[in-house]
Design a protein around this ligand. Structure first.
Ligand SMILES: *Cc1c(COP(=O)(O)O)cnc(C)c1O
Length: 513
């Protein structure tokens, strides 16, 4: 089908109207609102869905992490063509891109806080992409803006807060931390209009040495400098040491600095530990500090029937970062920043946009967030919460904890393995540390094991990735460790047994036991 577009040319006098076929535009370039190209678009979407289903249901046959990337081919694909490339041909290219991508759907993909998404979050992302509403203003997303405010208020009350609480969605936990700390700074120094130039004391934030790097980034962006972050010493289990916190508060004040925020982490990035939230909140109150909890990962525990108590004291926070894109399995990106008093955003953050209407009940979210135009991440969050229910999430979290307990037991049963900390969530950070070799060789040995675990097992003429496992290799206390995040709902006890058999063989072959 050819679309005809009228092109007007004025040629010295009379207006001539040519109807010119726009052959360069493919039939399915847009979905026509009158349904004229419905068949073409439907066929294309069916092909895309078939591709998706085929690749996702064969995920176990591919490596949890891609083999060597064909960079030359990528450079070829990256070229911007003059003429339309056939959509089917493009889908085939996408197929080979999928095959070379991080394969979080593989049950052996347990190296990071990344998992397969809920089915309905895939559907949600597809539908909002078609709708293309804008979270900038209520006018541009009349249902989705309101839904975001309502669902986030519900979410906020899950953390033990009252009806004045609420939050906004942002594109990732780093932005959530930046926004929470910016509000904290604005409240402490009344900085919305005047900023912090001219302060005679350096504002500082106190946070654990093992906190997420986004806190330092936030301090840098906020004009405090990375040195505006005072690093608290963690204890042997990677949690803020309260005595050190008290000492540092005295020291920074004696130093003429002005602490204004204290940050606790619920789920540290390397070991998944949780700071002593309740004790830290009491100290924050005593010193009139804004108390922020970075629960980007661990916040999901509010949905756990069995492990909710690990977050005790979180209701004392002034703000919370929580990423449903992690333990709630919602497609990236999906992150929230929640405030005990939602109105604080209106008083200490909002910059009014004259081109938007105003309604105090349904604020334009673009006035209350760092981002302006923003993707509607709320639909996939809402769909996932509705479809799985809190009971569904509680069950998955319990499954994750059972696997973690099994994992920890298997580590502890082996004298040549060592835990980085006592795990509190579904993260287990450990390493090979056999006393048969010098400790200076441990880093190289663990890196070798990590590569070995990823390798396919080969039968006569084919390779199988069914047994492959991807663990990440973080640096922690200046050493290399292996990190397992037992997030994937398809990872089973058998996956973990196989992993430890592989580790045992790796040790036995090298006579390291
Ligand atoms: C993941 C994470 C972040 C950062 O979130 P992004 O979405 O990657 O920006 C911050 N803090 C903690 C504790 C995290 O686990």
């Amino acid at each position: 089908m050819n679309r005809w577009i009228g092109v007007c040319y004025t040629i010295s006098g009379p207006l001539l109207l040519f109807l010119k076929p726009v052959n360069a535009l493919p039939d399915s370039a847009f979905i026509y609102p009158d349904g004229t190209n419905r068949a073409e678009v439907e066929a294309l979407l069916h092909k895309a869905v078939t591709l998706l289903i085929t690749e996702m249901t064969q995920a176990q046959q591919r490596s949890p992490l891609p083999d060597a990337i064909a960079v030359e081919q990528l450079s070829e694909w990256a070229k911007i063509p003059e003429r339309s490339v056939d959509a089917e041909q493009l889908l085939e290219i996408v197929r080979s891109q999928l095959k070379q991508s991080m394969n979080a759907a593989h049950p052996g993909y347990i190296g990071h806080m990344d998992s397969i998404p809920t089915t309905l979050s895939i559907v949600g992302d597809l539908l909002v992409a078609a709708l293309n509403n804008n979270m900038l203003s209520v006018e541009m997303s009349p249902v989705l803006s309101r839904l975001e405010s309502l669902v986030l208020r519900q979410l906020a009350t899950r953390f033990g807060w009252g009806p004045a609480a609420g939050g906004v969605m942002v594109s990732g936990g780093s932005l959530a931390n930046l926004q929470a700390l910016t509000v904290a700074r604005n409240v402490a120094f009344d900085a919305v209009d005047s900023g912090i130039v001219g302060l005679n004391q350096q504002p500082v934030i106190l946070v654990s040495e093992v906190a997420h790097t986004s806190i330092k980034k936030a301090a840098m962006i906020m004009g405090l400098g990375a040195k505006g972050v005072i690093a608290l010493r963690p204890n042997a289990d990677s949690q803020v040491d309260i005595a050190d916190l008290k000492d540092k508060l005295v020291a920074v004040k004696a130093n003429g600095q002005r602490p204004f925020a204290l940050v606790a982490t619920a789920g540290t990035t390397v070991t998944g530990n949780i700071d002593p939230i309740a004790e830290m909140s009491a100290i924050a109150k005593q010193h009139s500090l804004w108390f922020h909890v970075d629960a980007a990962y661990g916040g999901a525990l509010v949905f756990s029937d069995t492990h909710r108590a690990l977050l005790d004291g979180i209701d004392q926070a002034d703000s919370i970062t929580f990423n449903p894109q992690k333990w709630l399995y919602v497609t990236k990106t999906c992150a929230t920043v929640l405030f005990k008093q939602f109105d604080v955003l209106k008083q200490h953050f909002r910059i009014r946009a004259p081109y938007m209407g105003d309604d105090e009940q349904w604020p334009n979210l673009g006035e209350l967030t760092i981002q302006g135009t923003r993707h509607p991440d709320i639909l996939k969050l809402w769909l996932s919460l509705q479809h799985l229910g809190t009971a569904g999430y509680s069950d998955i979290i319990q499954h994750n904890y059972r696997l973690s307990a099994q994992f920890v037991q298997l580590v502890q049963a082996r004298p040549y393995l060592q835990l980085a900390s006592q795990p509190q969530m579904n993260l287990v950070c450990f390493r090979l540390a056999p006393d048969t070799i010098d400790a200076s060789q441990y880093d190289a040995l663990n890196a070798k094991l990590q590569r070995h675990l990823l390798e396919p097992t080969s039968s006569d003429d084919s390779q199988s990735y069914q047994q492959s496992v991807f663990l990440s290799l973080p640096t922690y206390r200046n050493q290399r460790w292996l990190k397992a995040v037992l997030l994937n709902p398809h990872t089973q006890a058998a996956t973990i047994e196989t992993l430890f058999e592989k580790i045992d063989r790796f040790i036995a072959v090298r006579n390291l036991a």
